[in-house]
Structure formats: structure tokens, C-alpha cells
Write a protein that binds this ligand. Structure first.
Ligand code: NAP
Length: 502
């Protein structure tokens, strides 16, 4: 029955979404079981444009009861979705991919309006996000099992099955990409999902639900539970503790990840945790200084420094430190700060005032410990949550800026003398997501790439994440990998079947 139904949906699905202005994506309802729903008590929360402080709209503020309902609907839908053929799941995911690509401009404008990143970056994120639907559409067809070596009178095969309902909690910094990187894999594997996006960026998540609906994804397979920061802990607890949820996948801070891990332990759930980073960016004397500066600028200031893989500590070897720091300040001076919707703007606002306060505190702390401000260093005259792109020189490694993730547009430069010293500083932290270094010494490249205690390494390269490669970290950055050929494993489990009396 289901198979016939979905094939019919595939045939009648239009090739394009109706032409929309991006404001038509400003949905005020959450999405459960294919329906657009309000909170039971009618409560809503406000979403603001961080560049202007203006209210973009209000969104349903769901709580425990609605979350339980979403989980139940996802659970019911799982028993039909898991039995669809891999080809059917692939076709629907490909439609979701195509619709995202066709609507790239409007989806990007929506993202810039609620998240603040410059439009060009938002367009890039839409393509990055869509790429996971395409990639996992193809991976859906490659979930092979195994036949074990023969045993006397017995034969064993191993199959891979979807785990069940996947709970997903995602951050605001990549409001589309952090969802599709999980959802693409989950749907491809045959799982259904309950997704709780961040309070600051629910619209991009709801737009993905509109896309899925238009592509013919059956009701209940993708549910979006929107909630305010006030309700979020209760919503998260239900997702983590529900026995109907088999898998919990979280992207966000290490502090929140630890709470969710404890909660998920109560039902011994499968978990993936993509948590905070504190990426070192090492520049060795053998590096080409101009290439290293360009790479460091990109790795540090993309998304106003609000990426988990942002270079957080820039370590530069003594021989080129002075040249590097001068050139870095010159490059950063060229940034154009403003509303991301405006042409030519390269740096938007931070997500909210709390984020600005964190950068401000780190700058004050570093300066008090002897660091020099080469450029920037304070709130931007544009007000709201704008902060001046900042470069600090001679930052001691004891400074907060080196010990904590900044998540803002401030680059602390640290001087080092030897490779051993640089690697020791780089690894002296409790998290390990990305690490970068610039060097033209092949032996050093091999050594340092192996020694960095991180999950991703960029060698003379700053943009390293792609749908084809595994993403995830070590230490308190968490566990599990998203993307690449490993991403779908997070939503599949092995089952061994023994045939006897042969
Ligand atoms: P966060 O505070 O942990 O929030 C992330 C998500 O968790 C949001 O949806 C938030 O909802 C929710 N949340 C917060 N407290 C919760 C609780 N008690 N129970 C359930 N859910 C809860 O993180 P953030 O500061 O917004 O995001 C930035 C962090 O994410 C950084 O540390 C960054 O490195 C990390 N990150 C990691 C990766 C990666 O792949 N490793 C990628 C991107 C970002 P509300 O918004 O409603 O509070």
C-alpha cells in the first residue's frame, strides 16, 4: 500500500515550489505529522532579525505534550517508511535536493533575515545543506550487509536496519545545514525524525518542512517541534527520555551535550554528539605567508566567527610572526560590516547580545593579560549585535580567548618557536573538532596531521567540510560522524541472522 502511495506522490509532485517571496516562508506553525500546528496553549515566541532588531514574526512555542505527540507520529510513520524501497527514499530525497536548489535565493534570504550571515554565505549554506539530501539519496541504495564465513551446519548473514525514530536538536549557526546533515542520513536509512531547531532560527527549519512536504515526504517522517528557550529543556528531555526515540543526534555546545547525554542514558539510546570546538590554526615558517593569511581569515571570520570549525587560536612561528600579523590586520580592515542583505557586506551581526558579550569579555581579558589590539576590539557603531572584526597580537595561552571557544569575529595571535611547542599548545584543550596548519615541509605536514588531536585537519586549506567527507570530533567535541560514507551508519544497526540445519 505504502509503496504504491509514495510512487503516486512522486508522479504528481510538481517540479518546482510555487514562486514565493522569502517572507512567505515565515511560517508561524510547527510541523507534526504533515500538519501545521499551533501550541496547545496558543503560546508563541518572537523571532528577530539580528541586523535590525526588528521582529520577523512569531512561531508556535511547543511543550511536552506536543513533543510527545510528534514522537508518537514519527513512531507510527516509521513502520511504513522503513519498509519503502531504498529507491523510493532516494527519489524523494532527490526531490528535496532539487527543490532546495531551485529555491536557493529565497531560502538564503530567509536565513540571512533570521541568522544574520551575509547573503552570499547563506546561499552557500543552502547548497551545502542540499548536498546532504543528494548524497544520502545515493547512499540509501548502498546499505549492504554481509555473509559470514561458513560454520558447520550453519550460515550467518548480517543485515543493516534503520534504528527507528531519531530525535535531532540543532543550533542556529547553520540553521539548514545542521538539519539536513542529520535528516538526509536518517531518511535515507529508513528512520523518521523529530527535530527541534534553535529558538533563534526556526524559520529555516520550517522552510525545510515545506520543501519536504512539496517533495512528497509522507506525513510523520519529518516533524519540527519549535520551542522558546524557556520550553526547550523540557522538550529536549522528552526527546532524550522517550522510549519511542531510538536515536538522539545533537549539534550544539558541549555543556548542553553533556546534559542530553545524561538524559539519553536513561533509555540507553544511540547518540551522536557534534559539540564545541577550539580549533588551532598553526602557521609554520615554511608556509607561504599570503596563502596562510587568506586561509586564516577565512577559517576565522566565516559566519562572523560563529562556526564550530572556526580557527579559535592562531599560532604563528617566530620567523614570520611579524609579517603575518601585519598582513592579517590589513586583510581584516577590508571587511565590510553591515546588514547581510546588502550587497558587498562581508560581515553581519552576531546572533544575539549574549554572543557579543562573550567576545567583549574575551577581548578585555586578553588585553588585561598583555595582548595588543591590532584592529577592532569593541562593539561596532552599527549597534544591535554587531562587533568589530578584531585581531589581537601576543595573546598569552592562559587567556580566555585561547581556553574557550570565542564564537565571534576575534582572532587571537599566539607566537611559538618550535613544532613541538605548537602541537603541545594546540592539543592542550578538552575539545577536538577541526585543526588547521600551513606548511610546505612534507615531513612536517605528515607529522603534524597525525599529532593534532582533532577529527578534521585542514592542511593549507580552510574550507574542509563537504557532504562526501566525515564530520565530527574527538575528546569533548563528542562522538559519531556526519556526512561521507560513515554518516548513514549513525542511523542503522546490524542484525545477525543465523540459518541452521544446513
Ligand atoms: P546550545 O546552546 O547548546 O544550543 C544548541 C541547541 O540546543 C539549540 O537548539 C538549543 O535550543 C538547544 N538546547 C539548549 N539547551 C538545551 C537543553 N537543556 N535541552 C535541550 N536542548 C537544549 O549551543 P549554541 O551556543 O546555540 O550553539 C553553538 C555551539 O554549537 C558551539 O559550541 C558550536 O561549536 C557548536 N556546534 C558544533 C557543531 C559540530 O558539528 N560539532 C556544529 C555547529 C555548532 P534553544 O535555542 O531553544 O535554546
Amino acid at each position: 500500500m505504502f509503496a504504491i502511495h509514495t510512487l503516486q506522490v512522486l508522479k504528481r509532485t510538481p517540479a518546482r515550489l510555487p514562486v514565493r517571496h522569502y517572507t512567505q516562508y515565515l511560517k508561524e506553525h510547527a510541523y507534526i505529522n504533515g500538519a501545521w500546528v499551533s501550541a496547545k496553549d496558543g503560546n508563541t515566541f518572537t523571532v528577530k532579525n539580528p541586523a535590525t532588531g526588528e521582529e520577523l514574526g512569531r512561531v508556535a512555542d511547543l511543550g511536552v505534550a506536543e513533543t510527545q505527540d510528534a514522537i508518537q507520529k514519527a513512531y507510527d510513520a516509521f513502520y511504513t517508511w522503513r519498509d519503502t524501497s531504498a529507491k523510493e527514499r532516494c527519489e524523494i530525497l532527490k526531490k528535496m535536493f532539487a527543490l532546495m536548489v531551485q529555491n536557493q535565493d529565497d531560502l538564503a534570504k530567509l536565513m540571512t533575515a533570521e541568522q544574520g550571515k551575509p547573503l552570499a554565505e547563506a546561499k552557500g549554506e543552502i547548497m551545502y545543506a542540499a548536498s546532504f539530501y543528494e548524497w544520502f539519496a545515493e547512499e540509501a541504495k548502498r546499505t549492504y550487509g554481509d555473509v559470514s564465513p561458513a560454520m558447520t551446519g550453519k550460515r550467518g548473514i548480517t543485515i543493516r536496519q534503520p534504528v527507528g525514530v531519531a530525535g535531532m536538536i540543532t543550533p542556529w549557526n547553520f540553521p539548514s545545514g545542521m538539519i539536513t546533515r542529520k535528516l538526509g542520513a536518517a531518511l535515507a536509512a529508513g528512520c523518521t525524525a523529530v527535530i527541534k531547531p534553535a529558538e533563534d532560527t526556526p524559520y529555516s527549519a520550517l522552510a525545510l518542512a515545506m520543501i519536504a512536504e512539496e517533495a512528497g515526504l509522507p506525513a510523520g517522517c519529518m516533524n519540527i517541534v519549535t520551542s522558546s528557550r524557556e520550553n526547550t529543556p523540557a522538550v529536549g528531555k522528552v526527546i532524550c527520555e522517550s522510549p519511542l526515540v531510538a536515536k538522539m543526534s545533537f549539534t550544539g555546545s558541549t555543556a548542553t551535550g553533556k546534559i542530553l547525554l545524561k538524559q539519553a542514558a536513561s533509555t540507553v539510546k544511540r547518540v551522536s554528539m557534534e559539540l564545541g570546538g577550539n580549533a588551532p590554526f598553526l602557521v609554520f615558517d615554511s608556509a607561504d605567508v599570503d596563502t596562510a593569511v587568506a586561509g586564516a581569515v577565512l577559517a576565522k571570520f566565516r559566519n562572523m566567527g560563529q562556526t564550530c570549525v572556526c580557527a579559535n587560536r592562531i599560532l604563528v612561528q617566530d620567523g614570520i610572526y611579524d609579517e603575518f600579523s601585519k598582513k592579517m590586520a590589513v586583510a581584516v580592515e577590508k571587511f565590510v560590516v553591515g546588514n547581510g542583505m546588502e550587497a558587498g557586506v562581508t560581515q553581519g551581526p552576531l546572533i544575539n547580545d549574549k554572543a557579543v558579550q562573550k567576545v567583549e569579555n574575551q577581548v578585555k581579558d586578553a588585553v588585561a593579560l598583555g595582548a595588543k589590539v591590532l584592529i577592532g576590539g569593541k562593539r561596532h557603531e552599527l549597534g544591535h549585535s554587531f562587533f568589530e572584526p578584531t585581531v589581537l597580537a601576543d595573546v598569552p595561552k592562559e587567556a580566555l580567548a585561547c581556553r574557550e571557544e570565542t564564537f565571534g569575529p576575534m582572532a587571537p595571535l599566539i607566537r611559538f618557536k618550535t613544532e613541538e611547542e605548537a602541537v603541545a599548545i594546540a592539543n592542550a584543550c578538552n575539545v577536538g573538532l577541526a585543526g588547521y596548519f600551513c606548511s610546505n615541509n612534507i615531513s612536517q605536514i605528515w607529522r603534524v596531521a597525525e599529532k593534532l588531536e582533532v577529527g578534521l585537519v585542514g592542511v593549507n586549506e580552510s574550507i574542509i567540510s563537504a557532504e562526501t567527507t566525515p564530520f565530527g570530533g574527538v575528546k569533548e567535541t563528542g562522538m559519531g560522524r556526519e556526512g561521507g560514507k560513515y554518516g548513514i551508519d549513525e542511523y542503522l544497526q546490524y542484525k545477525y541472522i543465523c540459518f541452521g540445519n544446513i
